[in-house]
Design a protein around this ligand. Structure first.
Ligand code: ZN
Length: 290
């Protein structure tokens, strides 16, 4: 991120599923505690409709390819593949108030990721403005119930946004958004809000064996970067690689931080004001905002 020349690595930790909240978050909390590090947890609050992806799988050969390559059932557990179809959709963060409290007590930043992650990801473009407003309404109510506060940041599911979303959230006056995979922070047109993007690839998009050295190479430039982390992945199958990467980062003299620390260091006046674009990034099956 060209605008700030401080060696910092922000951890943007998304929780997308019931399995990730239940198993991935405690694992990540343990790793972060061991290494005395803080990150930002973006929580999915409402129903886990992951099983709806299994329906997608039948309809979309590209999706099937991705599922096979990333071995999604091994990543997320078999039950997850049926939530919202053969099995009822369980609530994600709302099922685990104690774990939410553990995140806060450990001193991490907690922000809003989703009400229904899966439906946003699959159906946003076909949904009405009313549906989007209700999605935020339910999500904020659940977030407040769990944390006692309104979120001060939003990270869109799958880095998917549109102009209607930015118009709606302008009213919420978020301190920042983390909705894109852009290479540097900017000010969103329409929402008129700071964007702190995830500029690095996530583990599941790159070769797992080479992941540590690929990311270490990208962060050694002395600048500030944000790593997108998923509770289901770095808190599951890749937990050892994630710990190794964090140790390596510390040894490189890079400060690991939560995203609101990056916000404090940014000189807002110098940032570009622009509109997001949608782009298909390597290793992903649908376009992301950049
Ligand atoms: Zn997500």
């Amino acid at each position: 991120m060209g605008e700030i020349l401080l060696p910092m690595l922000g951890l943007k930790i998304d929780v997308d599923t019931y399995w990730g909240m239940k198993n991935g978050v405690p694992s990540l909390l343990q790793t972060l505690k061991e290494l005395n590090l803080k990150g930002t947890f973006f929580l999915s609050i409402g129903p886990d409709n992951s099983g709806r992806a299994a329906l997608q799988l039948i309809k979309n050969p590209l999706f099937l390819k991705k599922m096979m390559r990333t071995n999604a059932p091994a990543l997320y557990g078999w039950k997850t593949a049926f939530y919202g179809t053969l099995l009822p959709a369980p609530m994600i963060a709302l099922s685990f108030p104690k774990i939410v409290n553990d995140i806060i007590t450990a001193g991490h930043e907690v922000q809003f990721h989703a009400w229904d992650h899966r439906r946003w990801q699959d159906e946003l473009s076909s949904k009405s403005e009313k549906w989007i407003r209700e999605w935020f309404g339910k999500g904020f109510a659940g977030f407040e119930k769990l944390t006692g506060n309104k979120p001060t940041a939003f990270g869109a599911p799958s880095w998917l946004i549109d102009d209607r979303v930015l118009t709606i959230i302008k009213e919420d006056k978020f301190e920042y958004l983390s909705c894109t995979r852009a290479k540097a922070p900017f000010i969103h047109e329409i929402a008129e809000t700071l964007e702190i993007p995830s500029d690095l690839p996530c583990f599941e998009e790159i070769d797992a064996q080479k992941g540590i050295s690929i990311i270490a190479d990208l962060i050694k430039d002395g600048g500030t970067h944000v790593l997108p982390v998923h509770a289901e992945v770095e808190g599951g199958i890749f937990q050892n690689q994630f710990r190794e990467l964090l140790k390596k980062t510390i040894n490189m003299g890079i400060e690991v931080v939560q995203l609101n620390k990056i916000k404090e260091k940014l000189d807002i006046q110098t940032l570009a004001r622009r509109k997001y674009k949608m782009e298909l990034l390597p290793g992903r099956h649908s376009p992301c905002a950049v």
